[in-house]
Ligand binder design. Structure first.
Ligand code: IMP
Ligand code: MG
Length: 190
């Protein structure tokens, strides 16, 4: 991470406390419903594992993977599912769609569409570790979150990656390009 200024945004203990609060809100909201949790692979794995162990053992668990094509920062990027949950786990049920971060919204928008239109979900609750509305481009909101992030920061840890790395950090860190790193990069590009 030498090119970045790194700071801890949420410690492991703070994430734990945030998950306790989220689970306390979700337990009554899901009571009496036929629930299937669908984490989006692979960023939601840590979040889902820790949240689901705080919820009812009646919940089914199935998975979805969404690949994003196009530049990561472009609002025109398109999200496409390449691993779907089994239809029998989705049809007519309440889906707890879990992801690491809701950023532009392209991923969650496509996941919701597939779950409802193609697999027959009765309802979809979109629940994320981090809700970052500043870059939102798709018509989608989170139903609940651990952290509402107002700034446009790039995060790693607790499932979030930078080119596949840092997903297994137990805390959330924010990366900010260092002034010198930016100058170095500009010099390289000249
Ligand atoms: P969206 O489709 O733009 O909402 O982005 C969702 C996906 O982009 C997430 O599941 C992450 O995989 C990735 N992503 C967005 N922001 C970040 C970040 O700050 N760090 C790491 N991955 C991110
Ligand atoms: Mg992801």
């Amino acid at each position: 991470m030498e090119r970045y200024e790194v700071r801890t945004l949420m410690s492991a203990a703070e994430i734990d406390a945030g998950l306790d609060g989220l689970a306390e809100r979700l337990v009554p909201a899901l009571e009496g419903k036929q629930v299937t949790a669908v984490p989006v692979l692979g960023g939601a794995v840590m979040f889902a594992a820790d949240l689901l162990r705080r919820l009812s053992p009646e919940i089914l668990l199935d998975f979805m993977r969404i690949q994003t094509y196009g530049a990561a920062t472009s609002p025109q990027k398109s999200a496409q599912a390449d691993w779907l949950p089994h239809e029998e786990n989705i049809r007519g049920r309440t889906i707890l769609l879990l992801d690491d971060i809701l950023d532009t919204g392209g991923t969650a928008f496509e996941a919701r569409r597939v779950l409802i239109e193609e697999l027959g979900a009765a309802e979809v609750l979109t629940v994320v570790l981090i809700d970052k509305p500043v870059r939102r481009a798709a018509d989608i909101q989170a139903d609940d979150r651990v952290l509402l992030l107002k700034e446009d920061l790039f995060l790693v840890g607790f499932g979030l990656d930078l080119a596949g790395r840092f997903r297994n950090l137990p805390e959330l860190r924010a990366l900010e390009p260092r002034a010198e790193a930016i100058k170095e990069k500009a010099a390289e590009e000249e």
